[in-house]
Structure formats: structure tokens, C-alpha cells
Design a binder for this molecule. Sequence first.
Ligand SMILES: Cc1cc2nc3c(=O)[nH]c(=O)nc-3n(C[C@H](O)[C@H](O)[C@H](O)COP(=O)(O)OP(=O)(O)OC[C@H]3O[C@@H](n4cnc5c(N)ncnc54)[C@H](O)[C@@H]3O)c2cc1C
Length: 476
Amino acid sequence: MSDLTLVWLRRDLRLADNPALAEAAARGPVLPVYIHAPDEEAPWAPRGAQRVWLDESLRVLQASLAEFGMPLVIRQGPSLEALQTLIGETGASAVTWNRLYEPAVIERDRQIKQALRDDRLVVSSHNAALLAEPWEVATKAGDPYRVYTPFWRALSAQRMHLPVAVPDKLVGPTEAPDSLAIEQLGLRPTIGWDAGIRAAWTPGEAGAQIALQDFLDRCVDSYKQDRDWPARPGTSRLSPHLHFGEIGPRQVWQGVHEWLDGSARVGAETFLSEIGWREFAHHLLFHFPDTPSKPLDRRFEAFPWADDDQALKAWQQGQTGIPMVDAGMRELWETGWMHNRVRMVVASFLTKNLRQPWQAGAEWFWDTLVDADLASNTLGWQWTAGCGADAAPFFRIFNPSRQGERFDPEGDYVRQWVPELARLPAKHIHAPWAAPAAVCRDAGVTLGTDYPAPLVDLKESRREALAAFDAIKAQR
Ligand SMILES: Cc1cc2nc3c(=O)[nH]c(=O)nc-3n(C[C@H](O)[C@H](O)[C@H](O)COP(=O)(O)OP(=O)(O)OC[C@H]3O[C@@H](n4cnc5c(N)ncnc54)[C@H](O)[C@@H]3O)c2cc1C
């Protein structure tokens, strides 16, 4: 055996603040390895947009490692077999990685750790993805939190770990083992639907650092006001970078505090509390691992969802006839991302006005979001549907027209994503069905021809949703 350590990279695609890499480099020579094994994450293997991101992020990582004269060895799964083969080829005596928190991955990693230890390897795992481990935050009674505010209060009162630096020196193996080429993983789609995603983003560690710096320089001070306005560049757009571990939350925490330099600023506090929601999402997923498919509030297992594939399809395609909803769904399809306020609006519309199961919405987001993340997606959908931890009360049904009038008063967001409505005056753009016929004519809009008539009446469907909730409300 040699003193080589395999660093098994997964969703920690960065060199800075990478505790597994830092530990391995302190031990001796290292070999960074990426193993493509989507089946092991089933049923939540990366799909569509995430695969496009991953393809690019791996290329960037490979190039960064090459600057240190280091290879990134790429292999196909099963992961245990691939690791054992590499250990046989290189004589490595240790394997290290950073932890992930999806139930299927936790179980796989547990088995791999045991098998490698049985093979007499030195094995370690680290936290690179969260400010605190899900088991490090508990109520006084020792239970997991189900309410965000006390969770965040408890977590942010803990001593924060500082990010670890990029190792000063990285030494590779004397001879690099064979590697697949990234193209061989087949992550890029064969039909080019991904041009919009590629144009909108810069995957990779450097892109993540630029996004953070840009946000701190330009947006953080006004974050509290601007974060709800989808046409403003008011949020960080760090979510896919955080999901793929191109930047870690500890780096974000430190970046914000360095920027604050001892001052207290409400925008920065609000922003960090959103990072707190990401932590809360992981806490919930860890402690309630069946929530990606099952409602935390079990009453919702009996909710009378409507069986209507056509409605689901219209929502997916951004053809519901409700401008804010359609704008969001088209932004999602084009760029792989949707603004948080609009995510809540489209999710409320799907689950309440269309009464489609939240799981169907979560699946579509899983296919189309570049930041699709099992913890945050599950929390977002269950929260909006009213069945999750600290969820919005069911009767809080967003009115998408009023949301548009409030957070997109000039209609800029709708104009960008629903160009067929671009000539409607702001006053009518969020409810074209209520606009006088002459206004629609002047704007070149004939409902049902140029743009769909609304799929449902917002008031009527709201009433029906509340009646459906009444049917399960009393259960315990
Ligand atoms: C129905 C629904 C589904 C969602 N699915 C996902 C998902 O799959 N992946 C995902 O990362 N986020 C998801 N979110 C949360 C949120 O919409 C995104 O994190 C946010 O829009 C990302 O944009 P940003 O990076 O500019 O956020 P910022 O406002 O700049 O926030 C900074 C970071 O905080 C975290 N964050 C912010 N809001 C939330 C939140 N509500 N829950 C958890 N983390 C949050 C994200 O990591 C984000 O990058 C979902 C929300 C809803 C309502």
C-alpha cells in the first residue's frame, strides 16, 4: 500500500473549503476521483438541467486541478467497485469524502465506509455542505426542530466553523490511472434544449465566487426590499453553486461577515437567514427522510387532489392563461431557475387552484431546475402546499394576479417571459381576461388565440380548494 489518499468528490466540486481534500493533502499525495453513479441516487438521480450543470462544472474542476498538475479521474459506478478498482490500481491506503444528506446516499455511503474499513483502508468523511450537521441542532427535549425561527436561532448561536483554505501544495500519484472523458458520461442532451441554461450561468468554483462577490457589492444592502421583485436582480443566484458544492455555506457566511466588517445591516441578516432555510431543509430531510414523497402533515395523504393531466401539462408549459404563472414556468424552462417569489406563486397555483398533488410539481422542478435539491425542493413544495414543517396555512392561497400587481407592478417580468402580452398596459398585464376588449385589441392580444384564456377562475378554484381542505382538516 502507498500513502496515497483517494478524494471521492461528489457535490463538493471546489478546491477551497473542501475539508476532505485538505485532510488528504495534509496526509500526503492525493488522487481526486469523480464516480458517475446516478442509479445510486434513485429515485432522485440528477436529471435534465442538473446534468447540464454537472457536465460544465466537472470540466471547470478538471481545469482547476490541472493548474496544480493534478488529474481528475472519472469513472462509472457502482461507486464501491470503482473505488476498490482504483485502490487496486494505485495502492491507495485511504479514502475520504464530504458528506451528503439524501436518504439513499446516506445509506450507500454507510455501506461503502464499512466495506472499505473491512478492506483495512483509512476512511473518513467531513461536513462541507452545511453550517452545522443536522444532528447538531436539537430542541431542549432533544428532538428535531419543525419550526424555522427557533431552529435558526439555535443554529446561528453556535460557534461557526471557518472555511478551510485551498491546500498550499497538492501532490498527485506518480502515475495517474486511466480516466473516462467527461463526454463519455453523456450528461449533455442530444437535442440542444440547453442553450438558455448555458447562456444564463457560469458553473464552477470561480463562477460561484464571482456571483457571491457581485451580490455583496451590488445587492445585499437592498436584499430585504428587492428579493421579492422577480424583475430585479435582487438575489444572489447562488443556489445551483451551493447545490453542487462549488461554494460552501461557510464561505458564504464568512464572505458576508467580512463584508459587514462588524456593522449590522438588515439586508445581510435577511440573506443569511435564507441560508438558514437551506440548513432547515437539510435538517428536515435528515430527520424525516420520507418527506420527498410523503407529506409531513399526514392528513394530506387523504387530500382530494384533482385528476387532470391536461392542467398539469398546461402548467408545465407555461400555458395556463395566468401571466405570472406562465412567466415563471417559462423562465424555468429557458434558464433552469425561477425566482423564489414566483416559485411560491406557481406552486400555490398548481396545488391549490389546480389541485394537483405537490409531488407532481416537485418532480417537474426536479427535471428542470439547475438547483434542484432534494432538501430544499421538498421543503418548498410542502411549505407551499400547506403540508410541511412550519408551512404556510392552507388558506394562504396566493392570488397570482395580485402577486403580479404587487411585485411586478410595471409588468416587466411578464413582458420578458410572456412576450405575446408585451404590449398590454401595466394596469392589465396581470389579468388580461379582465381587460376591456379595446385594450386587448390595441395590444394585439386575442385571448384563446394569441394567449390562453385562464385555465380556471381564480376565485372559484380558491373556494373549491378551501372546501377540499375542509374535508381533511378535522383529521388528526
Ligand atoms: C416550490 C419551491 C421549490 C424550491 N426548490 C428549490 C430547490 O430545488 N433548490 C433550491 O436550492 N431552492 C429551492 N427553493 C428555494 C428558493 O426558491 C431558492 O433557493 C432561491 O430562489 C434560489 O435563488 P437565489 O440563490 O438567488 O436565492 P437567495 O435569495 O440569494 O438566497 C440565498 C440562498 O439561500 C438558500 N435559500 C433561499 N431561500 C430558500 C428556501 N426557501 N429554502 C431553502 N433554501 C433557500 C439558497 O441556497 C439560496 O441560494 C424552492 C422554493 C419553492 C417555493
